[in-house]
Design a protein around this ligand. Structure first.
Ligand SMILES: Cc1cc2c(cc1C)N(C[C@H](O)[C@H](O)[C@H](O)COP(=O)(O)O)c1[nH]c(=O)[nH]c(=O)c1N2
Length: 210
């Protein structure tokens, strides 16, 4: 039996508060095995029917990394065109990925055809496969912060292009592309809040009772 005391709970809350989506990395490389340790933590996550549908691709090849950076640039330019006026100017000023600086690149997929868990829990809600992978990324996000590292989730990408660049099976659904490294600075508020794009609301605003 493991019991968690008040001091641990306080620290854990601090971890939630100080976890950040990181886009600004120091150039320092990751220690050997750091990415593998994060993947091990991710594999402790809950998954529908214990299906463990997560698939991780550590992207090391510089040509593939450059192709991902190019895709981000194209998708981000398209996204900018969807805004106008002051909002467009504000979008253009945001830094929305640290792909060029991050020492670690990790692409995460959900294997939709995986039969582990014998389809338990998915019959009426097939998207639970993707939810499971997103839950695993959140665990990894916290684990990275606890190790003094930072993780940035990039979704401004074309999934079909990511499939092509990484040559992964058709049945894998692209969930997220993660930049991993050491943050330039630590913050207790999201970068989008500090840039006045959006702000974090109180839990009360999202809670109702029936
Ligand atoms: C599914 C998904 C996808 C993305 C993100 C998150 C998630 C959950 N976030 C990060 C997001 O902007 C960030 O979590 C919020 O702004 C809150 O900031 P903190 O994570 O609390 O620092 C994100 N950030 C970014 O700069 N570029 C991106 O493409 C994405 N994509």
């Amino acid at each position: 039996m493991v019991a968690f005391d008040e001091a641990f709970r306080r620290q854990l809350r601090e971890l939630f508060v100080w976890r950040r989506d990181v886009r600004r990395f120091r150039p320092d490389p990751l220690p050997s095995g750091a990415m593998e340790r994060l993947i091990e933590i991710a594999c402790l996550s809950p998954s529908v029917g214990l299906s463990q549908p997560w698939r991780f691709v550590i992207v090391e090849d510089s040509a593939r990394r450059s192709a991902v950076v190019e895709d981000f640039r194209a998708c981000n330019a398209d996204a900018l065109h969807s805004y106008s006026g002051e909002r467009a100017a504000r979008y253009a000023s945001l830094k929305l990925a640290g792909l060029e600086e991050a020492p670690g690149h990790l692409a995460v997929f959900a294997d939709k055809t995986n039969d582990m868990g014998h389809r338990l829990g998915r019959a009426t809600m097939p998207d639970t496969v993707e939810y499971s992978v997103a839950a695993a990324i959140c665990c990894m996000w916290l684990a990275a912060r606890a190790d003094g590292m930072g993780l940035g989730w990039v979704s401004i990408l074309n999934p079909a292009r990511i499939h092509e660049v990484l040559e992964v099976p058709e049945s894998w659904k692209f969930i997220g592309y993660l930049c991993v490294g050491y943050p330039q600075k630590e913050f207790d508020r999201p970068e989008l809040e500090r840039a006045n794009w959006e702000y974090r609301r109180s839990a009360k605003e999202f809670t109702t009772r029936r």
